[in-house]
Ligand binder design. Structure first.
Ligand code: FO1
Length: 313
């Protein structure tokens, strides 16, 4: 009896979910996934976080990058480049099929959540993976060089620009996708995956109704720090924390989640911060190994997270 709703970004969330579905029945798990990173590429709709989560759980992901498909080539991209098309975003030859399928169905009027459900079922996955919203929501990054669409900031410019602020275009007029609010209200545990709090979790909470559903849920809410030893395991979380004036540490992350979560999990390497986080926030602090280097580590983090949440709840 542990229905788990997970607020999820890309690679870190995908690895956490991969452990979670091995310690609870996958049918009890709902992953509510960020779509702020989505973009149009050569006329195709790309949903990087949805694909990263789906490919990882289907054991198809490229282990070197954490995104894209294992063993795929880039012949189409190279050809596109020869034609003068965009080549800064690596769409592999096999991944391309997902974008063709998704874009075609979107053009027929199908919602992103239904398309995602069909793709995940097709890949044999039993958990529910859903975009947080079927509406258009786009993360815009305000930098020294002006406003940048998320993937322009992240991939094209290699997350090199100091970030002044973030905006989630479309969020105010968006609605949660079918099942999102129900899964939060019916959950026994709500987990905030070790994802970037600003780039991955904030867009989810910016969809009207989602934050309320999290804070008003009877379920314990447990957040896992994506920062270990003052560094992000992957991606620009550390740089963004710094740019936005936060402490680049698990303490900085804890302050962000204080009003949202009941339990905060930080890595053993940061154990010395536990007392301070405990004193400064209202969250119960639990220290465990959070680096998901192999399947056993992912499973241990998932079961430790559930135990910490249920002990608090
Ligand atoms: N990340 C990169 O750093 N470079 C890329 O060329 C790139 C291509 C790409 C294609 C499909 C996809 O699903 C993800 C891709 N990513 C790429 C990852 C993605 O930009 C980010 O990991 C997420 O948006 C952040 O969670």
């Amino acid at each position: 009896m542990s229905r788990v709703a997970v607020l999820a970004g890309g690679v870190g969330a995908a690895r956490f979910l991969d452990g979670l579905v091995r310690v609870v029945p996958p049918t009890d798990v709902t992953a509510i996934v960020n779509v702020g990173d989505d973009m149009e590429w050569s006329g195709l709709h790309i949903s990087p976080d949805l694909d990263t989560v789906t490919y990882t759980l289907a054991d198809l992901v490229n282990p070197e990058t954490g995104w894209g498909l294992r063993g795929e080539s880039r012949r189409t991209l190279d050809r596109l480049s020869e034609l003068g098309g965009p080549d800064w975003f690596m769409i592999g030859d096999l991944d391309l099929a997902t974008h063709l399928y998704r874009t075609h169905r979107l053009s027929q009027g199908d919602p992103l959540s239904a398309i995602t459900r069909d793709l995940t079922r097709r890949l044999g996955l039993e958990l529910a993976i859903t975009p947080v919203t079927d509406d258009q929501l786009r993360t815009v990054v305000e930098t020294d060089s002006g406003e940048l669409a998320f993937q322009d900031y992240f991939v094209k410019r290699r997350a090199a620009d100091p970030v002044h602020s973030l905006r989630f275009d479309g969020a105010n007029s968006s609605s949660p996708a079918p099942g999102v609010i129900d899964s939060l209200q019916e959950a026994d545990v709500i987990a905030i995956a070790p994802s970037n709090p600003f780039l991955s979790i904030d867009p989810l909470l910016s969809v009207p109704g989602v934050r309320d559903a999290v804070t008003s849920s009877a379920a314990p809410v447990v957040a896992i720090s994506p920062i270990i030893g003052g560094q992000a395991v992957k991606g620009p979380a550390a740089d963004i924390l710094q740019s936005l004036g936060h402490d680049v540490s698990a303490l900085g992350v804890a302050r962000i989640y204080d009003l949202l979560a009941d339990v905060f999990i930080l890595d053993e390497e940061d154990a010395s911060l536990a007392t301070e986080i405990d004193a400064e926030t209202g969250m119960r602090v639990v220290v465990m190994a959070t680096l998901m280097k192999d399947v056993e580590a992912k499973m241990a983090l998932a079961s430790g997270t559930l135990k910490a949440a249920l002990d608090a709840g």
